[in-house]
Design a binder for this molecule. Structure first.
Ligand code: TYM
Length: 334
């Protein structure tokens, strides 16, 4: 394994992990741990940029950790920890707040979406959230960041911040410019109710998403109810251009059976969507149900999960402190 390459990614502990998190990010985390050094973080400080009930937050930090393990992350291979337990994230975020520009943050579309109509009432934390994300990555000088397409803009900002820090302090290549690793086929899993919106925890209707903890009945019902159109499955991708719900279901199916879109279209062209839906429900039950079962089992053993996080925190803290020492020196802090 090369020492220079380092993978870092994070997931917010804000409740149910869903199929979008899994296919867009966590599944990729698992395959990367086989070939690179990896760090996976439960980003609890990001979660509190919108109010979290403290009791729920504690539960969700452990449940997200369980989600990592249940999906196949191995704490012997990857460093698994929670963000707030390594205080260097917050310290570097402050330094980077002073490097990042207001104009850059003003362009962040996720802030606009999350803050909604009344931006004045959003927390300052939500506004500077991408700077904390840059700190997460740069604290370890991570080179590769697996994420869903919705995080692409934040990663571009992380690169801009890294570049500006290197320029301002005339330390060429001190921070590597982190590269996004975005899944080709399924970078954005869309809502089952509206193929133009991404699948998300915050969408009101639970029918819009498959949660990793859903039972077989729920999976079947949600897929049956998923929005489609009246046309059959077409022969080629071009004909899916204005059919976002149809495209989404086919994409989810293709990714879950580890095939590409062309393969699925060649197998199913001319068939009705009910055919795809029944196959999709079956494969999701086969792949997702065991993950959900394992999450439920693991969350019953909170001391085991706490131990995993503690071990990860110890390893992450050593790396963080080493880099922070240099960063403080570069900036001129005593
Ligand atoms: P979060 O917690 O919203 O989502 C975790 C990961 O899941 C991906 N994802 C999706 N991918 C495809 N389709 C979807 N519908 C979908 N919904 C979510 C996200 O892209 C993400 O990869 N800011 C990040 C967390 C973070 C982070 C970091 C990531 C904090 N620091 C440093 C990478 C590096 C977030 O809120 O992800």
């Amino acid at each position: 394994m090369s020492d220079k390459k380092l993978v870092f990614s994070g997931v917010q502990p804000t409740g149910n992990l869903h199929l979008g998190n899994y296919l867009g990010a966590i599944k990729n985390f698992v395959s990367l741990q086989k070939k690179m050094n990896c760090m996976y973080c439960v980003v609890d400080l990001h979660a509190i940029t919108t109010f979290q009930n403290p009791k729920d937050l504690r539960k969700n930090i452990l449940e997200t950790t369980a989600g990592f393990l249940a999906s196949g992350l191995d704490a012997e291979k990857s460093i698994i920890f929670n963000q707030s337990s390594v205080s260097g994230h917050a310290e570097l975020a402050w330094i980077l707040n002073c490097v990042s520009r207001i104009g850059w943050l003003n362009r962040m579309t996720q802030f606009k979406d999350k803050a909604g109509k009344d931006k004045e009432k959003a927390s300052v934390g939500l506004y500077i959230y991408p700077n904390l994300m840059a700190a997460d990555i740069l604290l370890y000088k991570a080179t590769h960041v697996p994420v869903g397409a919705d995080q692409k803009q934040h990663l571009e900002l992380s690169r801009d911040i890294a570049q500006k820090f290197n320029n301002d302090f005339q330390k060429e290549n001190f921070f590597p410019l982190p590269e996004p690793l975005i899944q080709k086929n399924i970078s954005r899993v869309m809502s089952l109710r509206d193929g133009t919106k991404k699948m998300s925890k915050s969408e009101e209707s639970d029918y819009s998403r498959i949660n990793l903890k859903d039972n077989a009945d729920e999976i079947v019902k949600k897929i049956k109810k998923a929005k489609t159109d009246s046309k059959p499955i077409p022969e080629n991708e071009r004909e899916l251009k204005d059919r976002p719900e149809a495209l989404n279901l086919i994409n989810i199916y293709a990714d879950t059976i580890e095939e590409n879109l062309e393969f699925v279209l060649s197998e199913m062209a001319g068939k009705d969507f009910s055919h795809l839906k029944s196959k999709l429900a079956d494969i999701l039950i086969e792949k997702i149900l065991p993950i959900g079962k394992s999450i439920k089992e693991l969350t019953n053993d909170s001391s085991f999960l706490e131990k995993i996080l503690k071990k990860g925190t110890e390893k992450a803290s050593i790396k963080a402190e080493e880099n922070l020492k240099k960063i403080r020196e570069i900036v001129g802090l005593l």
